[in-house]
Design a protein around this ligand. Structure first.
Ligand SMILES: C[S@@+](CC[C@H](N)C(=O)[O-])C[C@H]1O[C@@H](n2cnc3c(N)ncnc32)[C@H](O)[C@@H]1O
Length: 266
């Protein structure tokens, strides 16, 4: 990697933390971890540690796995700034959530903020659930956090030119900089329930000059009963379905689709 792309790569992870700093899910994940008792927690797709680090600070022993070297690198750097007792509670590993083998079982496995949505095929989803089942204690709990998908295809189809940018959000960043960012659907495979989203981050420097970074994310939309069937097929019993981080029941207008499941026959 040349210097410019290394810088861009590191910057994307820092931007991630800036634009998602206000997500209102910390209390929910702490409650899920507390419900698991004193047992260790595994976070799939831990990214920059946005969820993992507060859980470690709250006293939970937590392992984070992620496929992205740059997200893990930022997580490690943030972890270094924590007190030793917090650092001691955390283990970070570069691994794929469809094939990890950690040699340990967990009281809870969590996959916050649509990490499971980045698995593009049913084969990958089942492989991930198989790994989860093999890594859970008998009454351990798996919690997957997905968006509530809208069955109207318009939400996923290719955007009209400029539609994504018209909905851009502006976020304050460090050193007087701001980030204007938006997402554009650049590809749509209806039969696969997948789309490709191009995310543009326009960095507005303190002097007003701008520059842009982009990244592409592939997402698969999973519907409520599809998810429940998948879990049963993978040997799980669905124990709760929430529609938001306040644990309200899943409903038509719910922003999220958060499922909690336990290994069946435990
Ligand atoms: C939207 S981010 C969520 C990060 C973090 N859990 C949070 O809530 O902020 C999804 C994360 O999943 C990771 N990811 C995607 N596919 C993965 C895979 N197959 N195995 C492990 N991690 C994966 C990405 O690198 C990214 O860090």
């Amino acid at each position: 990697m040349d210097d410019d792309s290394a810088l861009q790569t590191a910057e994307l992870s820092a931007i991630y933390d800036a634009i998602y700093a206000d997500r209102d899910d910390a209390g929910f994940w702490e409650a899920m971890a507390a419900a698991a008792g004193d047992g260790p927690i595994l976070e799939l797709g831990c990214g920059t540690g946005r969820v993992l680090l507060p859980l470690a600070r709250a006293g939970f022993e937590i392992t984070g796995v992620d496929l992205s070297a740059r997200m893990l690198e930022r997580c490690r750097a943030k972890l270094q700034a924590e007190p030793p007792e917090v650092r001691d509670r955390v283990r970070l590993l570069a691994a794929d959530m469809t094939s990890f083998d950690l040699g340990q079982r967990f009281a809870a496995i969590i996959c916050p903020f649509a990490g499971f949505q980045q698995l593009r095929t049913v084969g990958q989803q089942l492989a991930c659930l198989d790994r989860c089942r093999s890594h859970l204690l008998p009454h351990g709990r798996l919690v997957l956090d997905l968006p509530n998908p809208d069955p109207a295809p318009a939400e996923y189809a290719r955007d009209e030119t400029g539609a994504g940018e018209a909905a851009a959000q502006l976020v304050d960043w460090t050193d007087g900089r701001r980030i204007r960012w938006w997402m554009t659907v650049s590809g749509y495979e209806r039969m696969q329930q997948c789309n490709d989203c191009e995310v543009t981050y326009e960095i507005i420097e303190a002097d007003g000059s701008t520059r842009r970074l982009t990244e592409t994310i592939s997402l698969r939309y999973t519907f409520r009963y599809e998810l429940e069937h998948l879990l049963v097929r993978a040997g799980f019993l669905v124990v709760a379905l929430y529609g938001d981080y306040d644990c309200s029941p899943f409903a038509d207008e719910s922003p999220a689709m958060i499922v909690a499941a336990e290994p069946s026959g435990a």
